[in-house]
Write a protein that binds this ligand. Structure first.
Ligand code: FMN
Length: 192
């Protein structure tokens, strides 16, 4: 598949249901290589990637499931909760989950820079996966139980967990979520 960057941007969706089909290790490397080519503050390349499979996904799912269950119980709409609960427990059945880490800031002004650099890597990762026909879903919800995640994944205190994404072949084709201002009338101000 040959996809230009604008195609990948427009085709990417948050995918929450995956086929059990495994993802080739070579494709995972290509995706992480794209992430590793992101720009970074002071060229520190302040990111690391955990490639999670098997039993560890199940443990992560149990943690996220508890987060979503607590949220669903506090809401009026249990039906919407059911769907999310299923997604949470297995990360949508994805065979791989990628966790993006950055360095804990050693100065207050570096926190933003570290987070932004790792977020640039995360977006590259999502777009590269799209270009290879793979689905992803940028997620920070699981960080609500960060303590468990750190234990499950063995993340030390000098690293921050930035985001998590399942990675796999989509078992759904979600429609595009409408943009609030597709014609960019309110989101853009030209300053002269
Ligand atoms: C910072 C960030 C955090 C997100 N966290 C979650 C999450 O915890 N769970 C989830 O299902 N989706 C999460 N999403 C995905 C968004 O819900 C999704 O991107 C949005 O609804 C737009 O849909 P699209 O990605 O298909 O365009 C997150 C996205 C971003 C950028």
């Amino acid at each position: 598949m040959n996809v230009d960057v604008f195609d990948a941007i427009h085709r990417r969706r948050a995918v929450r249901r995956y086929l059990p089909r495994p993802v080739e290790r070579e494709d995972i490397y290509r995706i992480l290589d794209a992430a590793n080519w992101a720009p970074s503050a002071m060229n520190l390349q302040q990111w690391e990637f955990l490639v999670v499979t098997g039993e560890k996904i199940r443990e992560m799912g149990e943690s996220f499931h508890a987060v979503v269950r607590a949220y669903a119980e506090s809401r009026a709409s249990p039906a919407a909760g059911e769907e999310f609960l299923r997604f949470a427990l297995t990360y949508g059945g994805a065979p791989v989950v990628i966790v993006v880490l950055t360095y804990a800031a050693d100065a207050p002004n570096m926190q933003k820079a570290n987070l932004e650099s790792a977020s640039a890597a995360m977006e590259n990762l999502l777009l590269a996966a799209t270009a290879l026909g793979l689905g992803t879903c940028w997620m920070t919800g699981p960080l609500q139980d960060e303590r468990s995640l750190r234990t499950i994944l063995g993340v030390p205190d000098d690293k921050e967990i930035v985001a998590v994404t399942p990675l796999g072949y989509p078992d759904e084709a979600p429609p595009a979520r409408p943009r609030h201002d597709p014609d960019l009338e309110r989101k853009v101000r030209w300053v002269e």
